[in-house]
Design a protein around this ligand. Structure first.
Ligand code: FAD
Length: 320
């Protein structure tokens, strides 16, 4: 049995889904051991009970004015203090902007290895086997930890959270950690997301490429995304052409996403774009060119003009 510390992430007073996925991953590693969720921020203790409901056995919160806005320095100090107190056998973080920033720093401080971007966990003779994509998602490798701490980051949207059990009991403990002077003070965070839906956690993404032709050309994509409760993404071609912001870029040098549904409109399917979306569960491609590369990874292909096809999709989805 292993004790696993999992990092919970909160944003705008709500827990991010990856927090529950990390608990589920922790359970798979712990072999029946204890799951301790860590929650760091300005005022976060009220969220503890939700983590218990999703399977954490204990929640440790670290609250401080200096932790109101994320900084690697401040969060690392808080999390290292919890790790020292809990003495876990392993840690699970989300492979999010925050997790990607913090995990190598913490692994380095602890002298631990790190298996990043895990998409599933298998079991082999009682041992956890971590599956992660390599070569931009063209192959998968399997890793086991033979010695020392098991430290992994999990890709959002890949490991299903456990069923919520509202009456579950567990302790929510507040820990005092003295946050030493931070070398960087974050004054303000200017966020660029589409209508509140985080691209890396979105279940539906409607992505546009150079075929969208202008900033205004993204409007029907936004309408479709809103209708489906999803987010808008883009190819680098569309970002380079200044049709949209780089925060929407999906691909090798953008975000890696695995939504349930990915609609690619006016995107040719360059290898660098596919590195960020080819593991989506269902891919629908809309392209004028029947030879477009994107059709090779698409589950459903629509050969046609996106400005004809998307309004038709909007019309049909409105009927549902
Ligand atoms: P294009 O290749 O120009 O394709 C536009 C498509 O739209 C065409 O297939 C066309 O048939 C179709 N089309 C045009 N009009 C319509 C219409 N009205 N209706 C329907 N279809 C239409 N790219 C990324 O996306 N993400 C990355 O992270 C990334 N990283 C990169 C890193 C490096 C080091 C390099 C060298 C490149 C990278 N690229 C990345 C760029 C990548 O190689 C491609 O240039 C880019 O993905 C092309 O974008 P696109 O498909 O929108 O444009």
């Amino acid at each position: 049995m292993k004790k696993i510390v999992v990092l919970a992430e909160a944003r705008d007073g709500a827990l991010r889904n990856v927090s529950f996925e990390a608990i589920s991953a922790g359970k798979q590693i712990s072999d029946g051991g204890e799951i301790v969720s860590v929650l760091v921020g300005g005022s976060v203790s009220s969220l503890g009970s939700e983590l218990i409901a999703y399977g954490a056995d204990k929640v440790v919160t670290v609250e401080d004015e200096k932790l109101k806005k994320y900084s690697s320095d401040g969060y690392a100090q808080a999390i290292l203090a919890v790790i020292e107190a809990e003495d876990p056998d392993g840690m699970v973080f989300g492979h999010t902007a925050l997790g990607k920033d913090l995990s190598p720093r913490i692994a380095g401080k602890l002298g631990s290895g790190l298996i990043s971007d895990v998409t599933s966990i298998e079991e082999d003779a009682g041992e956890a086997v971590f599956v992660r994509p390599i070569y931009s998602g063209k192959a998968f490798e399997k890793k086991v930890v033979k010695d020392g701490l098991v430290f992994v980051t999990i890709r959002p949207n890949n490991i299903a959270p456990l069923e919520k059990e509202s009456g579950r009991s567990g302790d929510v403990i507040s820990m005092d950690v003295e946050i030493k002077d931070l070398r960087t003070i974050i004054k303000d965070v200017v966020r660029k997301t589409t209508d509140g839906v985080d691209l890396s956690e979105a279940k539906v993404i409607v992505a546009g490429g150079r075929g969208v032709k202008s900033e205004d050309g993204f409007e029907p994509l936004k309408e479709l995304a809103n209708l489906l409760g999803g987010a808008v993404g883009a190819s680098r071609g569309a970002c380079d052409a200044e049709y949209c912001d780089y925060s929407l870029q999906i691909g090798q040098t953008g975000k890696v996403v695995t939504p349930d549904l990915y609609i690619a409109a006016g995107i040719s399917g360059a290898i660098q774009h596919m590195a960020g979306m080819s593991n989506s569960k269902v891919i629908v491609a809309i392209n004028k060119d029947p030879e477009a590369n994107i059709f090779k990874v698409a589950d459903y292909g629509i050969v046609g003009d996106l400005f004809d096809v998307i309004p038709l999709l909007i019309e049909e989805f409105k009927k549902v």
